[in-house]
Design a protein around this ligand. Structure first.
Ligand SMILES: [Zn+2]
Length: 197
């Protein structure tokens, strides 16, 4: 097993002392400017690819960077979206897809997920994106379509809809390419004009 304890010790000895003032400020302030919704994939590190410091990004990571459309009832993603927009007042919401996404690959190639029923159920939320991707087994196309569809799903959340109507927030759809480090912005949405996918 990777020695996480050594990493923690290194953080306390080297990293934390150099950022002591920042963490002293953060101890009593939580004012992120951006809600970053990315994939759980270990290769997509929000702070690293955006050059952000601790305290700047409020982060939600899900398999396939999916944001279910708003429905009544308990929903961890919805609660975090609402908190970021309503309580923290983030001004930007990024949905970031990425190259070689395992979730999108499974969908694009129709992998058998019978041994992973929770994954299968979750990825069913992206079936409309699969249906809208005209070329079958085209993972990059599905990654892009999925990001656009998640922007539309985001706009169904009442807190986001309200913030868009008041022009308090901008939604951004990104794709991160792991091999080159490039981030492509696919779309920005800054009002309640229809979010066409
Ligand atoms: Zn992924």
């Amino acid at each position: 097993m990777h020695d996480l304890a050594k990493g923690v010790a290194r953080f306390q000895q080297d990293v934390f002392p150099a950022r002591k003032e920042l963490f002293a400020h953060l101890a009593t302030h939580h004012t992120p400017h951006t809600l970053f919704i990315g994939c759980s994939d270990a290769r997509v590190v929000p702070e690293l690819i955006t050059g952000c410091e601790p305290g700047e990004l409020f982060v939600i990571r899900t398999a396939g960077n999916l944001v279910p459309a708003h429905t009544p009832g308990a929903d961890g993603v919805a609660a975090s979206v609402e908190y970021a927009v309503t309580a923290l007042g983030v001004r930007d919401i990024v949905v970031c897809g990425h190259s070689a996404c395992g979730a999108m690959t499974a969908l694009a190639h129709g992998h058998d997920l019978s041994d992973a029923p929770a994954v299968a159920d979750w990825l069913r939320l992206a079936e409309a994106s699969v249906a809208r991707t005209t070329t079958t087994a085209d993972v990059p196309a599905l990654v892009r379509q999925n990001v656009l569809d998640q922007l539309a799903n985001l706009a169904t959340h009442p807190a986001v809809a309200r913030a868009l109507a008041e022009r308090q927030v901008t939604l951004r759809g990104w794709v991160f390419d792991i091999a080159t480090g490039r981030v492509e912005e696919l779309r920005t949405v800054d009002s309640t004009a229809p979010v066409a996918a």
